[in-house]
Design a protein around this ligand. Sequence first.
Ligand SMILES: [Zn+2]
Length: 433
Amino acid sequence: MQDAAIRAAIDAAIEARREDLIELTRALIRVPSVNPPGADYEACARIVADRLAAAGFDAQLIRAEGALADSERHPRVNVLARREGAGPGPCVHFNSHYDVVPPGQGWSVDPFGAELRDGRIYGRGACDMKGGLAASIIAAEALAELGGWPGAIEVSGVADEESGGFGGAAWLARRGLFAAGRQDHVIIPEPFSPDGVCIGHRGVWWGRIETFGRVAHGSMPFLGECAVRRMGWVLHALETEYIPRIAARVAAAPVVPEAARRASLNIAALHGGQPETAEGFLAPNVPDHASLVFDRRLIPEEDPAEVKAELRALLDEVGARHGFEARLTDLFEVRPTMADPEGPVARAVRGAVRDVLGREARVVVSPGTYDQKHFDQIGGVRDCIAYGPGRLDLAHQPDEYVEVEDLAASARVMALAAWRLLTAGAAKDAAPA
Ligand SMILES: [Zn+2]
């Protein structure tokens, strides 16, 4: 089929499914698949599996048995669906997570009511990212109906993205289900707006800094060594030396929002001294222990080993100045991940945005991580980007919503991009020599 004809056919197929797209999004939102603890995962996975099975996909539920947080009460159930095309060709994969963060306070609507009002669907996960999951399912169904493409289309719905992906994308990647050679092009419908193409994310390093002292009577602090005052020197050095130094490092990549182009440190928790009683009383002691947990975000130019060595050196310097040794412990890390902005999937989605929306796509990089890291760093699937209908600033907020127009536009973009990726080889073969 000619490109103009296929564009028209895709537009018609998505338009014909507009009500389906709305109702599928609402059905997914009504399942409170909240993480933690990982509630109702199976119910969500079943909606996806049943729907795609009805469209001719081979859909499997795969429990991440033994994964972190997997239990009989809260099984980590994933869904992986595949439909073969007419003959050999590449595999285009849509990957969404269906877990949502707890709703929190401040809602003016029922967070699991999926209210449809003024062209918006409200609810926890509407934007991040059940709307994107629904759009990708509708796009896959439209392509299944059109037929005539080689290769395979896959859709996955995974657990636990909000808590690191251990019972979801990471588990599937470790078992070879997300792997180079199995998937060629991956689109993750995370919320970057219908004209945003996200090629990767910054890195993360969580760690703990501890200072130690010596207990003494609080009336004679000169007889002890105060761990909290030592932590004060650490904080002072972070504030006056370290944070300004790393803030001067600016990513070349277009991280959004603009302020997130700089390397950053968040002090996530700070504890010192003995715990207070419920009544607020405290032992009159000099504290012998203090602990600080930090969340360091790395720009793509930063090397994780160098970042760690730099902070270790700073702590050694501060300790030498003030006569103590601080302990530094790694808690968690993710290297920055970046797809080639000129790779096949980024180009196909940018082209489809141009043709469907009539404007150039914004190429962005995410401030926080998402499941792209597992496709890339475990599965070796490099041609992977995020593209989905939600607006990033609504994610995890009260009164989260997704625009119906954005859902439909992104479904058209996903279907057109997938069609072009699937048929790119065939088009080349058919081209005159
Ligand atoms: Zn998300």
